[in-house]
Design a protein around this ligand. Sequence first.
Ligand code: ADP
Ligand code: ZN
Length: 437
Amino acid sequence: MIFDIRNETMPRDELEALQLRRLQDLCHRLYACVPFYTRKFDERGLKPEQVRGLGDLRLLPFTEKDDMREHFPFGFLAVPQDNLIRIHASSGTTGRITVAGYTRRDVDNWAALMARSLAAAGAGRGDVIHVAYGYGLFTGGLGAHYGAECLGAMVVPASGGATRRQVQLMSALKATTLCCTPSYALHLYDAAREEGLDFHDKNVMPLKTGVFGAEPWTEEMRRDIEAKMRINAMNVYGLSEIMGPGVSMECLEGRRGLHIYEDHFLPEIIDPDSGEVLPAGQTGELVLTTLTKEGFPLLRYRTRDITSLDPSPCPCGRTHRRMDRILGRSDDMLIIRGVNVYPAQIEAILVETKGLSPHYQIQVDRVDNLDQIEVRVELAEDFLNSDKVRHLEALTRDLTRRLREFLGVTALVRLVSPRTIGRSEGKAQRVIDRRKI
Ligand code: ADP
Ligand code: ZN
């Protein structure tokens, strides 16, 4: 289902002309109103009028998360402060928080883009959308909420926490769509089992779609959630600096890659070390320029998220390019004895191993100047209750071997009892890096 047929399926040449007009307007606004950008333009001897084509994007300065931290809270404001009607903040996963301010038009655009995202997952009027993203400064809860209302669906603002009550509510109100982090979805699944509510019985749990995001997850995790809950588990991406959830979203028809809503955001992929723009298809850091934002518009914001862009046409008819699911963050890439390891690679191996649950934690230490990585993963309950439990040692050995083959590093594997790894109601904390370097 396409929510905004005109903009989502706009022919590429028309779309690019629109992007250029919006980019030029953005440069004028930023040069005039945000001293940070005035300085950056002046340092390059650049005037906004010199941006004549989309290719000129490369001439423009990057914006880093640290720039936003340094100008906390309102250094990037591009309109009079009275025009703001909302504030959000990043969840601070990788350091101090950053804030973002929204004008009324920003909030309306966001709601429309999140409505697009929910529609792309098949939701619409008549659906009951259970939002279990946290409400508050974090963009997840209110972002999904306004999107669901804009779509004309009925929204249940459950927020995080009180997990057992949530599954009761999902059953009683007949939730058809669930919005939360993928790790919390698994947590809800466990709670439902404890409450005797069976996701496979659609009279009890009529859920058909999940719109999951805010943290990295893998194809294997998707398959696991889909089998457990008997739903379509769809991937939504966003970040508070750019807007919040709804920057890009998978479609039911393609399911591979997330359409970036290019009438509002201009994507690039760069080499995170050199800053060089990479050709289509190559993997690197996602850089986003906000084309329509009024409150805190950003030029070439370095997201630190690692992915690639796919310009090939999608069977759904949308013309917006797709990005691959996020492989990790350039700053959560672990370097273990010189080898680059992304937590997502470890997750992929764990989730496809029979007998394990998808709850895990990775701990990195440095002992005698040597990096050590330990992967703790919970055993699945049905594994523990079976006679296979005799094969624990073989399972540990097998997992160690596969991790070594795929990652090129030896990890210490610890299989632990179900429910011994802490659950998170928001973003799961998968990596604990205790190295002091
Ligand atoms: P923080 O950087 O403090 O976590 P946000 O709360 O704004 O700030 O979260 C945005 C980040 O969450 C993104 O930059 C990305 O790393 C991660 N993220 C959001 N959606 C997804 C997704 N679908 N897959 C992987 N990572 C995601
Ligand atoms: Zn598509």
